[in-house]
Design a protein around this ligand. Structure first.
Ligand code: ATP
Ligand code: MG
Length: 485
């Protein structure tokens, strides 16, 4: 096994050993070596103090409360080998807030350091010769693919509640299952997740979503009672049925399958989140009309709920904006027999040129997630061709052959909201008919528009929001009222 340890890492361990200290690889890298997975980083632990470690290497840094010393290797080409972290054995005790130890001290032995670690598969150590130290049967658990806490599950989860979410994260990243004691420990202590910060929950949730099997991870979250701490709204989709002709699954399973499709295709976090959340508001917009179930306006409410959910989880603003847009515009008419190019242009204008292909990917997740994909690959290709064509046409104010200054020059209008409304009104016309995007036409049309009063002009500019859209906004108000929000 030691031939898989990079020479740079082995050299650090050997330098410590030659100076009379102990040194071991620990944590994720040992686990990954045994699995045959590429380790993310290489961590070493030792009985040397931070000062003793620093004395042995020419270039180090040391700037944290845990005594971790970074041994810098400037020549390394692999990013992960540029600085190798060496941490003195650590002992942790007293977890009164269920989040972090009250006291952290240097440990005396490797055993001290291993017993504070979360799972048996993460509590393996390896010396520079490749000898494995396995005090908790971690190798057996790696081989049988089991996540099991070091020591009593309930105790370990009440020390640090985040470990419950880490258990699910490792299960979905590695394709492992959890031991029954670990599972029971989670079910008994899941409420303690309420003490964990949104940022830490977000980090683990993100890793579950980005794993190869996010569907398995999310099902585990649901079964173990973790889901409410990620998104209390998502739970409401469980048990909500939809029309059987178009959908093989209820809403929750549809969302999970959409998410899994995004993972199967290797798509990014934005698309995965949009896939998971796109129908989040179907429960509250559900109406029964005869034997048909409708979810009218669910994408409008859903966009709002998605924004709230992702904001609560402290995702970056740019990502939130993008996912919200993808959810908002995921319902679009794509029947190539009937759809017009101007409708396609309007859709691109709504979601933004930069997001259009991601929206198509979300659509693909949605389609596969129904279990009854309707559109044929031929029709989809045809629709893609329509998008390509529409992308050449003007679909934003910036692409008009006139700008605000141009309007003011020809109409002698002073700066004010009317100029913006006029630009949007002109864009509406050009979306309907791109041939109108000429300087001559727009200038003369601007003159006519300026004779209208502000209100009329604004309405023209908002036509793109379409009648349907305004109806949806009204519906949204009604739904909100009926739910008392
Ligand atoms: P990855 O390869 O994804 O980084 P990892 O196992 O290295 O996985 P980290 O979060 O980097 O995971 O943590 C490194 C090691 O520190 C873990 O393997 C585990 O031994 C220990 N550890 C991390 N977080 C905790 C925790 N909350 N409680 C107990 N031990 C922990
Ligand atoms: Mg790690």
């Amino acid at each position: 096994m030691n031939n898989k340890i990079p020479p740079e890492v082995r050299a650090v361990a050997e330098t410590l050993e030659k100076a009379g200290y102990e040194a071991y690889l620990v944590g994720g890298c040992v686990r990954d070596l045994i699995i045959g997975r590429e380790p993310k980083d290489w961590d070493l632990t030792t009985n040397a103090s931070p000062e003793q470690i620093q004395a042995l290497f020419p270039h180090t840094y040391y700037e944290n409360m845990y005594g971790t010393v970074g041994v810098v290797n400037d020549e390394a080409t692999d990013e992960r080998l540029k600085n190798i972290e060496v941490t003195p054995y650590r002992l942790e005790s007293g977890y009164s807030d269920h989040r972090r130890p009250d006291k952290v001290e240097f440990g005396q032995s490797l055993e001290d350091d291993l017993k504070r670690r979360d799972f048996t598969i993460n509590a393996l150590a390896m010396d520079s010769k490749g000898q494995i130290i396995d005090l908790y049967n971690g190798q057996a658990d790696v081989n049988t693919k089991v996540i099991r806490t070091v020591g009593q599950a309930g105790e370990r989860f009440s020390e640090d509640a985040l470990r419950m979410l880490r258990a699910v994260r490792f299960a979905s990243e590695l394709g492992f299952s959890t031991s029954s004691e670990t599972m029971q420990g989670i079910m008994l202590h899941v409420k303690l997740l309420g003490d964990i910060s949104s940022e830490r929950i977000r980090d683990e949730f993100e890793r579950i979503i980005m794993s190869r099997e996010p569907m398995v991870g999310m099902v585990m979250c649901e079964k173990l009672g973790i889901l409410p701490y990620i998104s209390p709204v998502l739970i409401k989709t469980i048990g909500v049925e939809q029309n059987k002709q178009a959908h093989k699954y209820g809403v929750w399973e549809h969302l999970l399958r959409s998410l899994q499709h995004a993972a199967d295709r290797g798509w990014g976090l934005d698309i995965r989140l949009a896939a998971l959340f796109h129908d989040i508001s179907k429960p509250e917009t559900k109406h029964q009309v005869g034997n048909q179930t409708t979810f009218y306006g669910h994408e409008v409410v859903g966009a709002r709920v998605t924004r709230e959910t992702l904001t609560n989880l402290r995702f970056p603003v740019k990502l939130i904006e993008k996912v919200t847009k993808l959810v908002r515009w995921h319902m679009f008419f794509s029947d190539t027999e009937q759809v017009t190019l101007s409708a396609v242009r309007r859709m691109i204008a709504n979601v933004g040129r930069e997001n259009i292909w991601d929206l198509m990917n979300v659509r693909s997740c949605d389609r596969i997630g129904t279990g009854r994909p309707k559109e044929s690959p031929y029709r989809l290709r045809k629709y893609h061709a329509m998008i390509e064509e529409a992308m050449h046409d003007p679909i934003s104010v910036g692409m008009l052959k006139i700008d605000g200054k141009g309007i003011m020059d020809v109409t002698h209008e002073t700066p004010g909201p009317k100029i913006g409304f006029a630009l949007h009104a002109l864009l509406e016309e050009v979306i309907e008919d791109p041939n109108k995007n000429t300087k001559e036409y727009l200038e003369s049309r601007a003159g006519e528009l300026m004779k209208l009063d502000v209100g009329e002009l604004q309405k023209l500019g908002e036509k793109g929001k379409s009648v349907k859209d305004r109806e949806e906004e009204k519906l949204l108000e009604k739904i909100k009222k009926s739910h008392g929000v």
